[in-house]
Write a protein that binds this ligand. Structure first.
Ligand code: NAD
Ligand code: UFG
Length: 335
């Protein structure tokens, strides 16, 4: 059985569906801080399969032990955590606690129950700034600025040290660039309410819940002045996890892979793609740069390509069309 922490969240729920499609038995832990129980029904609707679900917080060790006591887990996909760079400046302690304390508890419990396969959701933000593009996994990390990125960099280091102390562990660290898009059913997707991310922000505008789309900075030294990111379809991202698990089981050890598309798109380019596919002009308002935002970065994905035999197959138009399909479903459900 596989344990998925944060399995009701955006990426976790897509991973759960992929695992169920491969006939794996799955248990999920989630505290619903950024999701809700409706996701469980949708997972069932899409996969026609059931999962075991435990509501709780990874920071509660006795809860975690109870769950591990009930099952023979072979692998943990660890998605649970908080993910907004901008929010992490407002609430650094909560970010350090939710991300770091949870992971420490999880590792201690895994060790106690001899569960050794771990796939961890890290982030491209661990690189820090001012590296030559595209970013490769062997770049020496610079101390990142946001508490969010610091928490991920800290966990990566913790995993390296933990592995050196117990080499039974097999660990895959996946540095995600910017996952967008959703399952082709449109039923599940990134939560938009309260989100600070670009795609949810555009969706809120298209739902009429925002008078304008904020563009955080048009004076970066980029081709059109707006920030450039490497967007990857969540289904491609999840396939990378499946490849990473296979790799760590075969090769053992601790490994790091970038998961992105290897291409950079600016905020203005993404917004124009939405305008093109939704056939509506988006009213934009240029705002000051957001604290901690970098101007541009994208991934070198050749390591994942070679070692995991993985490459992304879904392009930016598909990512945006799937997001718009999700928007349609949200409208139909009157959310
Ligand atoms: P998400 O917020 O949609 O999902 C995270 C899930 O974890 C949520 O359902 C939330 O309720 C749960 N959770 C949070 N803290 C918890 C805790 N202490 N105990 C139990 N459950 C908890 O986020 P996501 O986009 O699916 O991201 C998954 C992981 O990937 C996160 O660790 C995030 O930092 C990382 N990541 C995400 C992105 C991105 O752009 N989405 C990019 C890089 C890295
Ligand atoms: N942006 C806007 N307007 C908005 C929202 C975002 O202009 O309303 C801009 C940002 O300034 C940035 C770009 O869109 O230039 C992307 O911003 P997001 O908030 O969508 O994503 P981030 O790159 O800040 O961060 C995301 C996740 C992190 C993850 C990181 C990896 O939130 O968890 O990608 O690259 F670590």
């Amino acid at each position: 059985m596989i344990l998925v922490t944060g399995g009701c969240g955006y990426i976790g729920s897509h991973c759960v569906i992929s695992l169920l499609n491969q006939n794996k038995k799955v248990a999920v832990i989630d505290n619903f801080v950024n999701s809700d129980k409706s996701v469980l029904k949708k997972i069932n609707l899409i996969s026609k399969k059931n999962i075991l679900f435990y509501k709780g917080d990874l920071r509660q060790k006795s809860f975690l032990s109870d769950v591990f006591n009930k099952h023979n887990f072979e692998t943990v996909f660890h998605f649970a955590g908080l993910k907004s760079l901008s929010e992490s400046y407002k609430n650094p302690l909560e970010y350090f606690s939710a991300n770091i304390n949870s992971t420490i508890n999880l590792l201690q419990t895994m060790q106690k129950y001899k569960v050794y396969n771990l796939i961890f959701s890290s982030s491209a933000t661990v690189y820090g700034q001012d590296h030559p593009l595209p970013w490769t996994e062997d770049i020496k990390l610079k101390f990142p600025e946001s508490p969010y990125a610091q928490s991920k960099a800290f966990i990566e280091n913790l995993l390296l040290k933990y592995y050196q102390s117990d080499m039974n562990f097999k660990i895959g660290i996946l540095r995600y660039f910017n996952p967008i898009g959703c399952h082709s059913s449109g039923l599940i997707g990134d939560r938009i309410d309260g989100s600070t991310n670009l795609i949810p922000s555009i969706m809120l505008y298209l739902l009429g819940k925002k008078p304008y789309l904020p563009i955080y900075g048009n004076d970066y030294k980029t081709k059109d002045g707006s920030g450039i990111r490497d967007y990857i379809h969540v289904d491609d991202l999840v396939n990378g996890h499946i490849g990473a698990l296979k790799y760590i089981i075969e090769k053992k050890g601790i490994h790091i892979w970038n998961l992105g598309s290897g291409k950079g798109y600016s905020v203005f380019q993404i917004v124009s793609k939405f305008e093109e596919h939704y056939k509506k002009r988006i009213f934009k308002k240029v705002m000051p740069r957001r604290e901690g935002d970098l101007s541009e970065y994208w991934a070198d994905i050749s390591k994942a390509g070679k070692e995991l035999n993985w490459s992304p197959s879904l392009d930016i138009d598909k990512m945006i069309l799937d997001s718009l399909n999700h928007l349609k479903k949200l409208k139909e459900a009157n959310l």
